[in-house]
Structure formats: structure tokens, C-alpha cells
Design a protein around this ligand. Structure first.
Ligand code: AMP
Ligand code: GLY
Length: 425
């Protein structure tokens, strides 16, 4: 197989990471992104079509004769882009709209998990007729309150403060008509990205995101401030329990639907102190920033892997991983995650480290080139990624790069990897 034309939909650090992986693939000849960012523009051709413009994207895929379309964000998947591409016989990496409801509706995902006996917390649904204060008084804190809409990581509040929980519940009911309150799960989180189709599945190395804005996992939730892989929290015995109790039943269910699931299932895990895993959430796409740390650990041809899943032939491949470790540190713009300050020039981001097995580079996210100048255009602006034989080295490489970059008002966490590297605390 030679000469694939690939279209990547999206504009984050995840999409730049996918472009880098596809650029290394012998199977891939040309890479397009829509709308893309400064990073994807350095590798291929950006097209000014938003990820929400499904018909525009389908037309683009046809115009460039795409052999494969890889969908980054969840929005277009829930909106049915994969269904539209399949109607036109264009292979699409990303599930059809029904499969995408695993992320599109938390209620649906919970009901399915309960039906399949997959370990997860209980859930209650509150609406305008509910006694909110009575509910909070009967159920001990912390409370996990979730809007059941696609809210780009901003629809969840975890709090032990009654007033905050009550306010978020009332606001959400006013906006959406109802809200979900979940059982609080104790433990440590990990992310497992599982590429799957009806013929089989491939688990990428488990990773760990850092969702809170500030060091020590403090502050508001964000889209993710950094990640590393593999996460030692997922020991071989935890991994085999995750396969047996979560991945196998989900794969069995999804492969037997009228339309099989072809894409990646992101399993957001909570692992308790006994090593028992449970599901915090499913997403139907690659994680961001987890993609920046998992894709570089795949040694096999990424284009072939994603195309095989899009065509239902995954079991014909046996992908190989490098066994290295990786870490990525996100540089966020001033005010993120509450607001973001765009339009500022970014200096020093062209650093590349290449010392044999240790290497590092920048994944661009909310950054674009305007009149030849690299400027910030979003909350998470870029991420510095390090890859090395040991996690501590990968973290050092990532920090070496991030510290050489300047963007007025920007901030980054200085403790990425702290749970796996206790001396970093
Ligand atoms: P979600 O968007 O569902 O991933 O939630 C965002 C973050 O909130 C998760 O990554 C967790 O850190 C936290 N969270 C969500 N659900 C729970 C839960 N049931 N128990 C504890 N923490 C949770
Ligand atoms: N990093 C979390 C996510 O992609 O949902």
C-alpha cells in the first residue's frame, strides 16, 4: 500500500500529533488538515473549513480524493460525519453517530455500562422538579455534577462545597433541563486509548493526563495540562483487569451493532488503591494531550493502522511499540481555562532536540501563522513533547523545550509526571 492522501479534521495539539505520526508513515503521501493549525500547516495543507461544517468537510474529502479521513474532535462524530463519509465510500477513522453517543450522552454511556456490568459509579438525574438541597443533604460530598452535553471539558464540577454544587446544578437545569450527579470515585486516573473495529482492537500504552490547571492537581478543570506514557499506575495486573472487565465487553457489544464501531475508544479510568479499575467516562476520539504522548510510541506505520481500523481490517495487523517513555507539557495562554488571550506572538518554539533515543519537539495547538508571524489563537497554545528511554528523561526534555519558549502571560504546570516521579513533588 503506497501513497495515501489523508485528511485530518480538527485544530488542536492532538491533530498536530496525528500529522507528525502520519508524516512518518511510509504509507502516507499527502496530509491535509481542516481547519488545522500552525503545526499541521508545517506538515501538509490546511483548509479553512471548521470541524463543525460537516458538508464542507465531506466535499473537501471528495475534492482532494482522500483515501482516509481521521476525525480529531467529538463534535463532527456526534454530528454524523462518519456516516456521511461512509455513504460515499470514503474510509473514516471515527465511529458513526450512534457509536459517538458514548461521548455525546453520559446517560446513554452509563446505562450501557450498567447493562454490560462494566464497573462505574452510580448516577442520579435531577431536573426542575427535584429537591436539589434535599438530594445534596442525603448524599455525602464530594459531589460530581455533570452537564449531559458536549461541553469541551467544561461541563463537570467536582466539589465538596454545597453552595457551589447547588449553583452548578441549578444553572445546568436552567440551561439543559436536567443534570447528572455521579457517585464520586476514589483513586488515581489513567487514560487508555483503544483503537478498534469489528475485527479486533489494539490498546495504546496507558497514559495519564493532568486535568487541573495548577501544580499539585489544584485549581479548575482544564482540557488537560500535560500527560505522560506509559503510566505505571496501570500495572500488568490492572491492565488485564481493564481488558477483561471493560474493553472486552465493550468491544463485544460494539462489534455486534448493525454498524460496527471503527475508531478509537478512549477509556477514562479510575484505579483505586486495590488496583480495581472503573470507568469515569468514555470518549469516542483520541485524547488531547494523551495523543501527543501515545502516538509517538507506535513504531508501526500509523497510516496503515488507522486505515485498517477505518476499513474493518484491524486484526490483519500486529502493531509494534517502541517501549520508550514520553511526556508532554502544555503551554496555556493568560487566563486559561477561564478565558484565553489570543493574538500574541510566540517566540522560541522552533527548538528540536534530537539526541539518539531522546528527542523532543513542539506540538502546536491554539497557534497559527498570521502574516508570517506565529501567534496564539486559543487557550492551550502548544505542548512540548519529550520522548526518551526513561520517563524522567522524557520529562526533562519536555521542560527543556517549554522553558525556552516565550509567550506573554502564558503559564504551564511544572510538575507533569509527578505521580510517576515522586521526587518531582
Ligand atoms: P469527565 O469530563 O467526565 O472526564 O470529568 C472531568 C474530570 O472530573 C475527570 O477527569 C475526573 O478528574 C473528574 N471526575 C469525573 N467524574 C468523576 C467521578 N465519578 N469521580 C471522581 N472524579 C470524577
Ligand atoms: N485529555 C482529556 C480528553 O481528551 O478528554
Amino acid at each position: 500500500m503506497e501513497g495515501l492522501t489523508v485528511l485530518i479534521v480538527g485544530s488542536g495539539g492532538r491533530e498536530h500529533a496525528l500529522s507528525i505520526g502520519l508524516e512518518k508513515s511510509h504509507s502516507v503521501e499527502s496530509i491535509h488538515a481542516a481547519p488545522g493549525n500552525a503545526g499541521t500547516a508545517m506538515i501538509g495543507t490546511n483548509h479553512p473549513i471548521e470541524a463543525s461544517d460537516i458538508e464542507g468537510l465531506v466535499n473537501l474529502a471528495r475534492e482532494i480524493s482522500a483515501d482516509l479521513v481521521v476525525i480529531g474532535p467529538e463534535g463532527p462524530l456526534v454530528g454524523g460525519i462518519s456516516d456521511r463519509l461512509r455513504e460515499m465510500s470514503i474510509p473514516c477513522f471515527g465511529p458513526h453517530s450512534e457509536g459517538a453517543m458514548l461521548e455525546g450522552s453520559k446517560t446513554h454511556a452509563k446505562r450501557l455500562m450498567k447493562k454490560l456490568h462494566i464497573p462505574t459509579g452510580d448516577m442520579a438525574r435531577l431536573d426542575a422538579n427535584s429537591d436539589v438541597v434535599g438530594f445534596l443533604e442525603q448524599n455525602p460530598p464530594p459531589w460530581v455534577v455533570k452537564r449531559d452535553v458536549l461541553a469541551a471539558g467544561k461541563g463537570v464540577v467536582v466539589t465538596s462545597e454545597m453552595a457551589e454544587a447547588e449553583r452548578f446544578i441549578e444553572d445546568s437545569i436552567e440551561k439543559d433541563g436536567f443534570v447528572i450527579v455521579e457517585e464520586f470515585l476514589e483513586g488515581e486516573e489513567a487514560s487508555l486509548l483503544v483503537i478498534m473495529d469489528e475485527s479486533g482492537y489494539v490498546c495504546l500504552p496507558p497514559s495519564q493526563d493532568h486535568k487541573r490547571a495548577w501544580n499539585g492537581d489544584k485549581g479548575p478543570n482544564t482540557g488537560g495540562m500535560g500527560a505522560y506514557a506509559p503510566a505505571p499506575l496501570v500495572t500488568p495486573s490492572v491492565h488485564s483487569r481493564v481488558l477483561e472487565e471493560i474493553v472486552e465487553p465493550m468491544h463485544h457489544y460494539l462489534r455486534n451493532q448493525s454498524q460496527p464501531y471503527r475508531g478509537v475508544l478512549y477509556v477514562g479510568l479510575m484505579v483505586d488503591s486495590d488496583g480495581s479499575p472503573s470507568v469515569v467516562e468514555f470518549n469516542v476520539r483520541f485524547g488531547d494531550p494523551e495523543t501527543q504522548v501515545t502516538i509517538p510510541l507506535i513504531e508501526s506505520d500509523l497510516g496503515e493502522l488507522l486505515l485498517a481500523a477505518a476499513e474493518g481490517n484491524l486484526s490483519s495487523l500486529d502493531p509494534v511499540f517502541s517501549g520508550l517513555s514520553s511526556a508532554t507539557v502544555v503551554l496555556a495562554s493568560e487566563g486559561y481555562p477561564v478565558s484565553s488571550n489570543a493574538g500574541r506572538e510566540i517566540f522560541g518554539s522552533d527548538v528540536i532536540i534530537d539526541e539518539g533515543l531522546s528527542r523532543g519537539y513542539v506540538n502546536f495547538a491554539g497557534a497559527r501563522i498570521q502574516d508570517g508571524v506565529l501567534i496564539s489563537s486559543g487557550g492551550r497554545v502548544l505542548a512540548a513533547t519529550g520522548i526518551a528511554p526513561e520517563l524522567a528523561q522524557a520529562v526533562d526534555v519536555a521542560y527543556q523545550i517549554i522553558e525556552s519558549i516565550s509567550l506573554e502571560g502564558s503559564h504551564f504546570r511544572t510538575d507533569i509526571g509527578h505521580r510517576a516521579l515522586p521526587h518531582k513533588d
